[in-house]
Design a protein around this ligand. Structure first.
Ligand code: URA
Length: 472
């Protein structure tokens, strides 16, 4: 049956046996049509195997970004990408496999807490993480601040660490979801990252290929999130839950606040330092949001993994794993099993040797009403903690420690942040970004909830039915 597209072009669907041509699929998407599962699989195989050239893939990505993707296209894309390389079955580990994934933020270090907590509660956490991207930090870059720590493990090494410790945090292997490596690099260079459908397929294809029984998603909202519009973030959360559930993985998404950096540290080593404090049982007030979010995420992981009857019971178990030191022991074991020298944690502050340090003082008295977190993330990156171009090294010691956060009363001349840079000449731009990005006023900020909406299968599917079938 012919399908009319927005620009008055008629597209005839391919009969299932007809030969496919990339140019036809680009034109179909360009003109507002929806590709079927066979057509999507053709593009994904062409991306992974190199038979479709980058300019054609980039043209299709841009058409998908501009026209949006229908729900069935997104689900077909996710599954085709998952199947583009090697896959693992959760049963291989002999325990229930759970993971957590965040859509990216500033100071977001919950992985260092939730992975050992869930493992200490009897689950296995095969976590495949990423590097710093844009203004957001990367779990792998943070872990690589530890001397000797290896993130590029083979699949066999990955599994041996999982058997030994119950948790491992590694980079994507070349064999796992090769289609995402190609498509992600193209999206990064063609301005097509911020698409809920493409983000959903990219994230979930890797999670599903790793073989998970359950997944907890942390979808960020607010000034530091990739999808800043509330509607887009909600749509992404519902989309990922419905898609992962349809593929057989129990999934929930927590929509969480990224209207300020999470916790008091943003950088590489200093984020590990903050996590280690919590794992050891020190709970500084400035890290309270990090502690609360980590416990809530871990509570859901423990519940979905079948070890607790409710997320609240899971949270209580998570809190115990912090209190009794079992999560800390798993963390240390995991660091050593991945080649890291855990002696650096004997005195974490002594290991921190930034090239240059500057204290930023409050330029007026008042209350911190807003933190423009994307700008703050760029400040962290420009101190040396992130990269300008793919493949560049990052400085483990660079970053920002916040002495005051949203809602705090500050007095003119008192320290609000300490900046750590690779070299002194790298301090000026981040200081300007912080001064621009932090609003000090007389009025207190409106209260923001750390976790506001939680999507489970039921409300995610209802949300998508109400949202209509096309992405935007
Ligand atoms: N992280 C991913 O793995 N993919 C995206 O598209 C965005 C964030």
């Amino acid at each position: 049956m012919p399908e009319s597209a927005d620009r008055g072009v008629f597209i005839v669907s391919n009969a299932s046996s007809a030969q496919l041509h990339t140019i036809d699929l680009i034109r179909k998407k360009r003109d507002g049509g929806a590709l079927d599962a066979r057509e999507i699989a053709f593009l994904v195989e062409g991306a992974a195997g190199g038979s479709i050239p980058p300019e054609q893939l980039a043209a299709w990505l841009m058409a998908a970004w501009l026209r949006g993707l229908a729900l069935q296209e997104i689900q077909a894309l996710t599954l085709a990408m998952r199947d583009s390389g090697e896959k693992r079955s959760p049963r291989r580990l002999g325990k229930v496999a759970v993971d957590k994934h965040s859509t990216g933020g500033v100071g977001d270090k919950t992985s260092f807490l939730v992975a050992p907590i869930a493992a200490a509660c009897g689950l296995v956490v095969p976590m495949i993480s990423g590097r710093a991207l844009g203004h957001t930090g990367g779990t792998l870059d943070k872990l690589e601040s530890i001397p000797g720590f290896r993130t590029a493990l083979s699949l066999d090494e990955f599994e041996s660490v999982l058997f030994q410790c119950g948790a491992a945090i590694v980079s994507q292997t070349p064999k796992l979801v090769p289609a995402d490596r190609v498509l992600y690099a193209l999206r990064d260079r063609t301005g097509t990252v911020e698409s809920p459908g493409l983000i959903c397929a990219s994230i979930l294809s890797k999670k599903l290929a790793a073989g998970l029984d359950a997944l907890v998603l942390d979808v960020k909202t607010g000034s530091g999130a990739f999808l800043r519009k509330r509607k887009d973030a909600e749509y992404l959360a519902a989309l990922m839950v419905a898609t992962a559930e349809a593929a057989g993985t129990r999934t929930v998404a927590l929509m969480t606040d990224m209207g300020q950096p999470l916790g008091r540290m943003a950088g590489n080593w200093i984020e590990l330092m903050e996590s280690v404090e919590l794992l050891r049982g020190d709970w500084p007030k400035q890290s309270e949001d990090l502690r609360e979010l980590s416990l809530r995420l871990a509570g859901w992981m423990i519940h979905l993994g079948g070890k607790a009857d409710s997320p609240e019971e899971g949270l209580a178990m998570a809190e115990n794993a912090l209190k009794d030191g079992s999560a800390w022991r798993v963390f240390l074991q995991m660091i050593e099993a991945q080649g890291g020298d855990s002696r650096v944690f004997d005195d974490p502050a002594a290991f921190h040797k930034p090239g240059a340090t500057r204290v930023l003082e409050a330029w007026q008295s008042g209350t911190i009403a807003e933190m423009e977190t994307t700008q703050i993330g760029w400040a962290v990156q420009r101190l040396g903690a992130g990269r300008e171009k793919a493949g560049e090294p990052v400085d483990p010691h660079a970053g920002i420690e916040f002495h005051a956060r949203r809602g705090a009363r500050v007095e003119r001349g008192r320290p609000i942040a300490t900046l750590y840079a690779t070299r002194a000449e790298m301090l000026a731009e981040p200081i300007a970004l912080l001064r621009n990005g932090i609003t000090i006023t007389d009025a207190p900020p409106s209260p923001v909830q750390l976790v506001d909406t939680i999507f489970t299968r039921q409300n995610a599917e209802a949300y998508l039915r109400n949202a209509g079938k096309v992405e935007r």
